[in-house]
Write a protein that binds this ligand. Structure first.
Ligand SMILES: O=C(O)C1=C[C@@H](OP(=O)(O)O)[C@@H](O)[C@H](O)C1
Ligand SMILES: C=C(OP(=O)(O)O)C(=O)O
Length: 417
């Protein structure tokens, strides 16, 4: 457990590199013939799991040094089960990749991932020529390819992550693939996948977010790739700034495809100030007259926790829509936010697809992160809206899933433990 002394935050934080972008780049590097160098890497739990899986699938992964790692591609049958840790993207992306092989591969995971659905992988992979079995829709999942290609339909209402994996893998299938997609949410994450495929020389066609055409038999081109800073982690830093500040989040690209750059709109809607220095890659947030705000987080569900922390200190009621996207995250995130912020005196109600947060009643107290990194980080951002109280966090270590140095960085902006 850690105990944070609440205070207004002030200063500058270098954000962690994006685990979403890095895991995609590692997968692309695995599928190359040559050697890639990934720079500005993250050693968060999810990225370490991604590198381990790539290595088990035949990549030569150097010991990370100087913030970079060398990956020599080469896909081969692993000698053991692939363990994806707690990373949803990792298992949903490597399942189609493992199905490129003509041997049976089992993918598994730990902690919260064991409760997260994998059923969405079954019918599309079968339609593309692989054998698939899951544990009643959960882990472990076993696949046996080779993925041949073909035409397939995918219901992506639960998650975009399998589509990311299919797009990446289908470029290496023997034949061309057409992926028809219905009800896709988290759309920007597909743009992130396509951006990495572009960077590694892969071609595809698309009709918006409903149909993707991926020619088979393509070669990923090895390259130097710099991982950009993580807007999902930056959202907690900027929420902290909006509650006091000024706080600067550094290491970000403003021309990003990342979904969570949308945090800037939400913070401005709450009445706080945002200052952007695109050339320096620095965003500064500072307090304004904070008022309840409305925001649609359907396409950027990871913003719920930092925006809940912000809304808890805004005057009036804030409304965030897209609650249905939270059911299968590291925790049942809407329920956990409601319950755990409730312990801090913040009233949250859930109606249909909307979360209502009543601002201005929160106090210090103790919350349990419930194994969800974004709940732990949200508690720290929340602490920036109080003064002279304590916010205790049970299970803070789970922040390492996306940002191992998170609490150290918050210490630097005045939130000490
Ligand atoms: O592709 C990715 O990197 C991610 C996609 C999103 O998941 P869903 O598509 O399941 O919403 C997001 O919530 C997750 O944190 C990371
Ligand atoms: C849901 C998340 O990640 P994943 O699905 O990759 O585990 C997250 O980081 O909030």
């Amino acid at each position: 457990m850690i105990c944070l002394k609440t205070a207004k935050a002030k200063g500058r934080v270098m954000v962690e590199p994006s685990k979403s972008m890095m895991q995609r780049a590692v997968a692309a590097a695995l599928l190359c013939d040559g050697r890639s160098c990934l720079r500005n890497i993250s050693l968060c739990d999810d990225c370490v799991a991604g590198m381990d899986v790539a290595s088990s699938l035949g990549a030569e992964v150097s010991t990370p040094a100087n913030n970079s790692v060398l990956i020599t591609g080469g896909l081969k049958a692993p000698s053991r089960e692939l363990c994806c840790g707690e990373a949803g993207l990792c298992i949903r992306m490597y399942t189609p990749i493992a199905a490129l092989l003509d041997t049976e591969v089992t993918l598994t995971g730990s902690g919260g991932l064991t409760k997260r659905p994998m059923s969405m992988a079954e019918s599309p992979l079968r339609a593309l020529g692989a054998r698939v079995s899951t544990n009643n829709g959960l882990l472990p999942i076993t696949v046996k390819g080779p993925l041949k290609g073909g035409e397939v339909t995918l219901d992506a209402s639960m998650s975009s992550q399998l589509l990311s994996g299919l797009l990446i893998a289908c470029a290496r299938a023997r034949h061309d693939s057409v992926i028809n997609v219905s009800s896709l949410a988290s759309k920007p994450y597909i743009d992130m996948t396509l951006q990495v495929m572009d960077a590694f020389g892969i071609e595809y066609g698309r009709e918006g977010y409903t149909r993707f055409i991926v020619p088979g038999g393509q070669k990923y081109q090895s390259r130097d790739y710099t991982v950009e800073g993580d807007w999902s982690g930056a959202a907690f830093v900027l929420a902290a700034g909006a509650l006091g500040g000024p706080v600067t989040a550094a290491g970000l690209r403003t021309d990003t495809k990342q979904a969570d750059i949308a945090v800037l709109q939400a913070i401005e809607a709450a009445g706080a100030n945002i200052d952007i220095d695109a050339d320096a890659g620095e965003i500064t947030a500072s307090r304004g007259r904070l008022k309840g705000f409305s925001f649609d987080a359907t396409e950027c569900p990871d913003l719920f926790p930092p925006l809940t922390a912000l809304a808890a200190h805004c005057d009036g009621v804030s409304e965030i829509t897209g609650v249905s996207r939270l059911r299968h995250k590291e925790s049942d995130r809407a329920a956990v936010l409601q319950e755990q912020f409730g312990r801090l005196g913040v009233e949250i109600s859930l109606k249909n697809n909307t979360m209502y947060i009543i601002g201005g009643t929160g106090t210090g107290g103790r919350i349990n992160a419930c194994g969800d990194h974004r709940i732990a980080m949200a508690a720290a951002a929340y602490a920036c809206g109080l003064e002279g109280e304590m916010v205790e966090i049970e299970d803070p270590e789970c922040a390492a899933k996306s940002w191992p140095g998170f609490f150290e960085q918050f210490g630097k902006i005045g939130i000490r433990h």
